[in-house]
Design a binder for this molecule. Structure first.
Ligand code: SF4
Ligand code: SF4
Length: 87
């Protein structure tokens, strides 16, 4: 069973569609510093929207559905995620 198939605990998983999209209301977004990321997947496990996606041993953010809550940045043990203002 791959990491993607296994859920450590129940999390919401947004469905593709207008209802789950972030749209224009998000004011900050998480940006991963790949020089710091150690690939621990803590952000993946704690993201309430399931918008952290494991990728090549590290992670990427699905910005289409990320709501900018900052949970991922708070749980990252090496502070690899910064919350930056939307342009
Ligand atoms: S900011 Fe919130 S919704 Fe977006 S990736 Fe981080 S934990 Fe998930
Ligand atoms: S919690 Fe931090 S170090 Fe761990 S995978 Fe996410 S960004 Fe990388």
């Amino acid at each position: 069973m791959s990491l993607l198939e296994y859920q450590y605990f129940p999390v919401t998983r947004p469905n593709k569609g207008a209802g789950g999209r972030t749209g224009a209301w998000r004011i900050v977004k998480p940006v991963v510093d790949y020089n710091k990321c150690i690939g621990c997947k803590a952000c993946f496990m704690f993201c309430p929207e399931s918008t952290i996606v494991p990728s090549n041993g590290k992670v990427r953010v699905d910005y289409e559905y990320c709501k900018g809550c900052g949970v991922c940045a708070n749980v990252c043990p090496v502070k690899a995620i910064s919350m930056v203002n939307e342009q």
